[in-house]
Unconditional design. Sequence first.
Length: 557
Amino acid sequence: MKIYRIYNILLIFLSILFGCQSNPSTDSKSQKEIKTPPPSNDEYFQQIGEEIGLDFTHSIGDDELSNIVESSGVGAAFLDYDQDGFVDLYVCNGTWVNGLSGGEKPDVSPKNHLYRNLGNGTFDDVTSKAGVGGPWYSMGVTVGDFNNDGFPDLYVSNYGTNVLYENNGDGTFNDITKRSKVGGKENEFSVGTVWLDFDNDGFLDLYVGNYLNFDPEYNYFYAPDGFPGPLAYDSQADVLYHNNGDGTFEDVTQNMGITDLDGRAMGVGAVDYDDDGFVDIYVANDHTVNYLWHNEGGKGFSDMGTMSGSGFSQRGEATVSMSVDFADFNGDNLVDMFISDDNYCSLYENLGNGIFNDNAYVSGISVASGQFVGWSSSFIDYDNDGDVDIFKSNGELKHLYGQEDQLFENVGGGKFKDVSVDLSQYFREEHVGRGACQGDYDNDGDIDIFIANLGGKCMFLRNNKGNLNNWLMLNLVGHVSNRDGIGAVIKLTAGGKMQTAWKKSTTGYLSQNDSRIHFGLEKNETIDKIEIKWPSGKYQILENIKPNQLLTVNEPE
């Protein structure tokens, strides 16, 4: 008995001894594992960023906002980089750059961040393990599986050389910029970029929107502005890269008729606006006419911005355009566009035959937007009622002055209503908003929102109530088409109503949404039909589908 007691005492002593000497990394890991998201409150959108591990704070690389480069970031993207069924998050960052940044170089340079979704409502920072931190002065990110291996790759646009990260499929990435030949030039200032398959050969191509030739020595400006504006500098030409299918790309800008003479690209997006089977490109330019590059059967592009009515605002002016997104807001199965800018914005209704009409004022959006500078904007069915609403992040142009973000509810009849403050206390707060991405991070059927704020903390809004209505999410897998199915058109019919969606890559300002296609279904218990037109031209029909599920659809070979 005494020996037994002595043995127990010895075990306790050893447990205490080794417990006190435990590995710090193990303790840290344990703390991450026990982190849980906060319970839902009564708000429609609940800000829970820090509680779930999204502790990102953006850096402008400087103590003060002193130039247009620092003002132009920052973007983010939802992507499932490890293909575990939960969307992860990549966020861009600024950093100290010699000749650009003021003050002394910090001991630790800020980096871009990759957060892995743990599937339990929280995230883990895996930047170092994945090898995607930088350092660069990054603006935005676009996600696409350029080599069709089943794992999404990252293209990061920078002030300076851009970066293409190939996903190795094991949780790490490889910088293949030099080999792929998509880095651009060291003096280029790239902002918006987008993946698309412009010739329908099954491989994703890349459009890079370049901004302006920044001169850090130029210092002539109106003092209250803080620093010179975009028209103080010459514009930089955009670039179109064709995917050769062997891991390399070719600059085909001139051969394809992309003649960017005076555009200062901000947001860039791609969609087949005239339903001719070839994806077109829209470029939101700063202070100059916007481009609508019509795809001429994969053999070239023609700018239809002015001719289509989408190059200028409702006032007939070139605006401070920031971002573009595409959806069918009025249910006529034609793709419409929303352009955010520094005041009234543009809501372009597709009238057919390649013509658009700006309905921002009559829709009710302009009056509500006039006092704000809008940056990232996306169509989003936040309440799953079967029509698309609009989220818009706002923030001052040349100062770190905050503004409230906005959410416009589609109330039918071509009208929108600003319902922001009714949905969350968050929409009463002021932040210097820039990029934003939307996605269903917890796979509960409603859309959550991440906002990247310039020089400040990120914000993450969990949707607590959208899934009170039914829903469906589609994960498209191309086999003849590009693996992501980018460029596909999906028509869903339920309860006598048809909804149309387009598979896109980049969405909003410098950012990208969850790649899965989301449909709100109201209270419908059955989806009568889903029609998919793949980029390859193949048609696919699914019938009698149950709602409230994540459905993977493979393209027929």
